[in-house]
Design a protein around this ligand. Structure first.
Ligand code: NDP
Length: 468
């Protein structure tokens, strides 16, 4: 390995890249990590972390409404101040950026501020980023035995030819940077980001129209989840437009006019496009090094994360498999272990849990009913929908919904889905059980925690049928 400057050069300081760099360095590898912006990538800067902080902020809106039923009174009207939350969020992110820097430094990773590009199978150029972030920018070429591409993704929007007026729209990156909230917003896209942002902005008092081209929200999730989430968002006051696509966006007298089908229009102050994310591979020089990309620009890798160039690997959103931080972390770790601990293993993607941080939330692990029906001969379904106990006093018209999917032949629980408060917290624990192959009989012998919503998942005895 001595012929190269490094054993591993990582391009991209997000979840996957930082984890791989730290792990590799801890196994004795000489590692450099190149990052042009702030450390932490999408998750820390414009994704999971700021989104969750905003979601926490949004929860107080309904708590304030509900608390009077429990005897609490505040004098005068409660008022939400966006700049206070935004400054606090930015400070927390700056703190996390610093922690990431420290973690890398302590691990012995050489952090290089700049934009990396692949200029050979073992060679990377670093151009000065103009953003030193306390580190010395460089303009040089480096060599490494292995290269790891961990450059993540970025929001995608339709071209102007497809949606005229797209230049007037925002992406989720813009929302996190706002100095003031709009009064009215149209959110386009009923996936993770569209639903989360619609829910969060609504809770801050923004009048929200959520436009989704599908019949139910959250395509790819169990259809009951999208259906139930749509109901709950509607009840809370989000204006939901299903089977609807924007046709044109125009700036008119200082606001935006969004033309939807049949000549209908919605007037708003902003439009958020939450129409998916694409891998960041432009300008990286990958194809010249023999790295094949997918049609969407993702790095094509095998089950060891090796690209079509044997010395170049890739993990995280840039490979466009599961755009989830914990998945990128696991992929980064797997690459480091395979390359520097002599292991040779693939990553097991079965039963990866995920959550949508709406209000109420969505938590899910395992097969959807539709996919399970294609894969297994016979399924048993268990469903429950109930008013959460805290709302027996508040009178709020909210419901929690749960669903368990069982492979009849083995009694194994193959899908578990929740819409309701704390859905993410509930499903994380059950995901362990599903990965271990838990059966419905084993859930049935588990004693519940009373009173809790989660106990419902171990007390559903009656099989659901279309007639029930
Ligand atoms: P998603 O793929 O989840 O959703 C994109 C949405 O945009 C879908 O509803 C899609 O409709 C719609 N859409 C796509 N193209 C068009 C178009 N041309 N016109 C109208 N609608 C369109 O992407 P997101 O941007 O919400 O999130 C990106 C990824 O980031 C997610 O897949 C997820 O992996 C990750 N993420 C994870 C979070 C979490 O873990 N909580 C939070 C946020 C993001 P259709 O369904 O019909 O294709």
């Amino acid at each position: 390995m001595a012929d190269f400057d490094f054993d591993l050069i990582v391009i991209g300081g997000g979840s996957g890249g930082v984890r791989a760099a730290r792990m590799a360095a801890s196994y004795g590898a000489r590692v450099a990590l190149i990052e042009a912006g702030r450390m932490g990538g999408t998750c820390v800067n414009v994704g999971c972390v700021p989104k969750k902080l905003l979601a926490y902020g949004g929860h107080y809106a309904s708590d304030l409404e509900d608390m009077t039923a429990y005897g609490w009174r505040v004098e005068g009207p409660a008022r939400f101040d966006w700049p206070t939350l935004k400054v606090a969020k930015d400070q927390e992110i700056a703190r996390l950026n610093g922690i990431y820097d420290q973690l890398l430094e302590r691990a012995g990773v050489e952090v290089i501020a700049g934009r990396g590009a692949v200029v050979g199978t073992h060679r990377v150029s670093v151009s000065v980023s103009g953003e030193p972030v306390g580190r010395e920018p460089v303009g040089r070429e480096l060599t490494s035995r292995y290269l790891l591409i961990a450059t993540g993704g970025r929001p995608w929007r339709p071209e102007p030819g497809v949606l005229p007026g797209i230049e007037h729209t925002w992406t989720s990156d813009d929302i996190f940077a706002l100095d003031a909230l709009p009064d009215r917003i149209v959110v386009v896209g009923g996936g993770y980001i569209g639903c989360e942002m619609a829910s969060i902005l609504h809770s801050f008092g923004v009048r929200v129209h959520l436009i989704h081209r599908g019949e139910t929200l959250l395509r790819g999730f169990d259809a009951d989840l999208g259906h139930e989430l749509g109901n709950e968002l509607r009840k809370r006051g989000v204006h939901l437009h299903l089977l609807c696509t924007p046709q044109r966006i125009q700036r008119v007298d200082g606001h935006l006019r969004i033309e939807i089908e049949a000549g209908d229009t919605i007037e708003a102050d902003a439009v958020l496009m939450a129409t998916g994310r694409v891998p960041n591979t432009a300008g990286l020089g990958l194809q010249a090094a023999g790295v094949e990309l997918s049609e969407r620009g993702a790095v094509l890798v095998d089950d060891r994360f090796r690209s079509t160039c044997p010395s170049i690997f890739a993990v995280g959103d840039v490979i466009d498999r599961m755009q989830l931080t914990p998945v990128a972390l696991a992929e980064g770790m797997r690459v480091a272990r395979n390359l520097f601990l002599g292991e040779d293993e693939a990553l097991d993607y079965r039963f990866v849990p995920t959550a949508v941080f709406t209000h109420p939330g969505v938590g899910t692990v395992g097969w959807t009913e539709a996919d399970a029906a294609r894969h297994f001969d016979k399924l048993r379904l268990y469903k429950s929908s109930f008013r959460p106990m805290r709302h027996t006093l508040t009178g709020r018209n909210a419901r929690t919904s749960m669903k368990i999917i069982v492979d009849d032949a083995t009694d194994q629980v193959v899908g578990l889905h929740v819409v309701g408060e704390d859905a993410a917290e509930i499903v994380q624990g059950f995901a362990v059980a599903l990965r271990c192959g838990v059966t419905k009989a084993q859930l049935d012998t588990t004693i519940g925690i009373h009173p809790s919503a989660a106990e419902e998942l171990v007390t559903m005895r009656t099989e659901w049928t279309p007639a029930s």
